[in-house]
Design a binder for this molecule. Sequence first.
Ligand SMILES: C[S@@+](CC[C@H](N)C(=O)[O-])C[C@H]1O[C@@H](n2cnc3c(N)ncnc32)[C@H](O)[C@@H]1O
Length: 367
Amino acid sequence: MKRDRSSQATPSALLSLQRGLTGNRELAGSGYMDDPAYRAAYADYYRAVSMAQVARIFAVSGISPRSILDMGAGPGSVSLEALGSGAREFHLVDSSRAVLELAGSSLKNMADRLGTAVSVTLTASDLEAPGAYPARAFDLVAFGHCLNEIGAGADGVARRLAVVRRAASAIAPGGAALILEPATLASSRDALALRDALVAEGWRALSPCTAPGPCPALTAGPSHTCHDESAWDVPPEVRRQAESAGLDRDLIKMTWFIVAPPPGIPSSPVLPPDDSSGYEEYRVVSMPMLNKGGRVRYLLCGPGGRFPFSARKDDEAARRAGFFSLGRYDLLRIENPEIREGGWGFGPGTSIRRLGALASAGGAVIV
Ligand SMILES: C[S@@+](CC[C@H](N)C(=O)[O-])C[C@H]1O[C@@H](n2cnc3c(N)ncnc32)[C@H](O)[C@@H]1O
């Protein structure tokens, strides 16, 4: 990705950006994108991280929008990744005109490299202002790491709910909204509280959630949340910058969900058709954990809530079924689980089928 030529990112700008956005949060909502040093640090480092996160979201959910309303667009992370996977119409909104101009030129450069025509509209506006919403509708309205910069605590969740509610009018029939937020405990729990508030108003959680009602992680207690985490191919320049600033970037971590506005629609053009045929599906929502009893355990989330699914660490049938290579956010259909106290076990008659876009994109289907 090309640099913002007005300045170069420095390790100290990157470090204070990281602290100000995810540590003490002093920069959140402060207009930091108007500062050339922060803008360059974000564009050179965080944009690549956000793009990898969006690629992962598209892979897990199977989403493939053609038109995007990119709210809190920053240097265009969500739109750029979507352009690479087929989107052609972009409307970007941000309070910083300078970062929008950078996003616009990056999109045009990438479209030229791809040899494709794109439509790009830039609107400098506060997301809470009526002028932020264009009078047309899009396949996907995306909020990439921006809602957490609006307010804090319960007031923040209420203000973010009002922003997403208002965005419903900009979602085309069959379209959806994507909310992507940091994975820190507080930001993640706030994002899930927003999800629950939307679901309570009749929005449908399409992905990655498999539980229709309130998020079971939120009700499990104040130290619980649900976040996605995966390894990625760290670009050499991002690795170099992470090392100079002393940041760890081997994993991408985030909290995200895709929701459709009420009234719900049975299948959405931006998502693959629902082929669950009435079967219950469960999402793996943890890494594997080994307990003292010698069992490997994952947390599953789905229609039966959030509960453990375990197998003895030397269970040969479980190994053959791929149990030990399950990953966070894999989508599973599980038949004949062994019913154990407080959860499920891998028993003699258990079969696991890995579903969804990640599986069809090359992952093994496990039976
Ligand atoms: C952390 S950046 C995220 C950029 C990009 N969406 C991404 O995911 O990489 C947050 C962006 O939201 C913008 N932003 C924050 N609060 C805003 C508000 N109330 N109105 C408009 N833009 C806002 C900031 O200017 C910044 O560009």
